[in-house]
Design a binder for this molecule. Structure first.
Ligand code: AMP
Length: 380
C-alpha cells in the first residue's frame, strides 16, 4: 500500500518520496491514520518494523497547522530507553521535517554528555525525544516544561522497564497534563508493559506486527558500558532486575569463572562453572542441570562451551568479550535458536571499546550501548 491514502499531506508525502520508500510497512499502514485521527495506539513491534516512521510522520502531520508552542513548553514527548535510540529517533524527525512549510523544532536529549548544550537547544523546541533520567534533570533545571504536552510516545517501553526506569517514568507521567494522546510501542508483552498500557491508554487501537522468523533477527543484542570494578555488581543487577532464570555467561579464564560462581551463589543466584579444569563428570552434571532448568546460571569459557546446544536459551551474557569476532558470533548464536527469541548482552569496559567496535563492524550490525555510570548498584 502506498503512503498516499494514509492521511498525510502533500509536503510529508514528498518527504517520504525522497526516502524512496516504495510502500508503507504494515505498522505504518495502521499507526499513521490512527495517530492522525487522535487515537491512542498500542503497537507491538520490533526494531526494523518501521515503527519510527509510523509515529514520526503522523506527529509531524498533526503539528502542521497547529499553533506554535510556548518557549520551552514542548508539545510532544518521545521517551526512549537508550542514547542511541534517542539520536536515531531525533534524526528521523529531522529527516522528514526538514522541508515542511511549518518548521517544527525537534531536540534529542540523553545522559552521558554535558547538559548545557541540551539546555540551550531546548529553546524553541516543540518535539522532545529523551531518555528518562536526563529528561528529569532538564525539568528540574527548568530547561523544559511538560505541562503542555499534547502527545506522549513511549518507544521500546519493555526495554525501558527492563533497564529499571519505572520510577523515572512514573515521575514523568505525573508532570504531564491529564488530557493528551498516548502512543505505546513495545517489542514484547508482559505484566509491566500491561500495567503501563492500562495506566496510560484510553480505548487504544492495538497493532500487532509479527516478528520476522529469520534466526539472526531473533537475537537481540545489547551492551552495557561499565567500569571494570563494577562488572560483578552490574551482572548480578541485570540477572536479578530482569529476573533471568536461564543464563549462560562467558568469561575469558577459569579463574574468573570460579570467582564469578562463588559471588553469584553468595548473592542467592544458583550457578556452576564449566571449564577445562572441571572433571568431565562435573561438567556433564552442570550442563544437564542447566539444560533442564534446575540451574539458573552456567559460567563457561569458550573452549568448554563448544558442545553446548540448548534449544531456545533466553539469555547469553559476555562478561568478558571474546578475542575474535568469530567467537562473539558463535557465543551469541547460543541464544535465539529454534525460532524463539533470545537476548545477548555484553559488558564493555573502557578498554574493550575499540575491540567491540571491530566486532560490530565484522558482524555488520550496530549494537546499542547503555551507560551505567549513574546506576545505583549498592546491594548487588
Ligand atoms: P525502524 O523499525 O523504525 O527502526 O525502521 C527500520 C528501517 O526501515 C529504517 O532504516 C527505515 O529507514 C526503514 N523503513 C521504514 N519504513 C520504510 C518503508 N516504508 N519502506 C522502506 N524502508 C523503510
Amino acid at each position: 500500500m502506498s503512503f498516499s491514502s494514509l492521511g498525510l499531506s502533500a509536503p510529508l508525502l514528498k518527504a517520504v518520496a525522497a526516502q524512496q520508500y516504495e510502500a508503507a510497512y504494515p505498522i505504518q499502514r495502521e499507526a499513521i491514520p490512527a495517530i492522525i485521527k487522535g487515537k491512542d495506539v498500542f503497537g507491538i513491534a520490533q526494531t526494523g518494523s518501521g515503527k519510527t516512521a509510523g509515529f514520526v510522520l503522523p506527529l509531524l502531520e498533526l503539528f502542521q497547522g497547529r499553533k506554535a508552542a510556548k518557549n520551552r513548553y514542548v508539545k510532544a514527548l518521545v521517551l526512549v530507553p537508550t542514547r542511541e535510540l534517542a539520536m536515531q529517533v531525533g534524526d528521523v524527525f529531522k529527516l522528514f521535517g526538514a522541508n515542511l512549510p511549518q518548521k517544527i523544532k525537534t531536540v534529542a536529549v540523553f545522559g552521558g554528555v554535558s547538559i548545557n548544550p541540551q539546555m540551550m537547544a531546548l529553546q524553541g523546541a516543540e518535539i522532545l525525544v529523551a531518555t528518562p533520567g536526563r529528561l528529569l534533570d532538564l525539568v528540574d533545571s527548568k530547561a523544559v516544561h511538560l505541562s503542555e504536552v499534547e502527545v506522549l510516545v513511549l518507544d521500546e517501553a519493555d526495554k525501558m522497564l527492563n533497564l529499571g526506569f519505572k520510577e523515572e517514568m512514573d515521575k514523568i507521567f505525573a508532570l504531564l497534563p491529564e488530557k493528551r494522546q498516548n502512543i505505546l510501542f513495545s517489542a514484547t508483552l508482559g505484566d509491566a508493559v500491561d500495567a503501563i498500557r492500562e495506566k496510560l491508554l484510553h480505548d487504544p487501537i492495538k497493532i500487532e506486527i509479527e516478528a520476522e522468523s529469520k534466526t539472526p533477527n531473533l537475537i537481540k543484542q545489547l551492551a552495557y558500558q561499565v567500569a571494570a570494578e563494577r562488572k560483578g555488581p552490574l551482572l548480578r543487577y541485570i540477572i536479578k532486575q530482569q529476573n533471568m532464570q536461564q543464563v549462560l555467561i562467558f568469561v575469558s579464564s577459569t579463574r574468573t569463572a570460579d570467582n564469578l560462581v562463588e559471588k553469584l551463589i553468595k548473592n542467592g543466584i544458583e550457578a556452576a562453572a564449566m571449564h577445562s579444569k572441571k572433571s568431565q563428570g562435573a561438567r556433564t552434571e552442570g550442563l544437564s542441570k542447566f539444560k533442564s532448568g534446575k540451574l539458573r546460571v552456567l559460567v563457561a569459557t569458550d573452549l568448554a562451551s563448544r558442545g553446548i546446544d540448548i534449544q531456545s536459551l533466553p539469555y547469553v551474557i559476555n562478561y568478558d568479550l571474546p578475542r575474535s569476532p568469530k567467537d562473539y558470533i558463535h557465543r551469541i548464536g547460543r541464544t535465539g535458536r529454534a525460532a524463539s527469541e533470545g537476548e545477548a548482552i555484553s559488558l564493555i569496559c573502557p578498554e574493550d571499546s575499540h575491540h567491540f567496535k571491530i566486532i560490530q563492524k565484522k558482524m555488520g550490525k550496530r549494537v546499542d550501548i547503555i551507560e551505567t555510570d549513574t546506576l545505583d548498584l549498592k546491594g548487588y
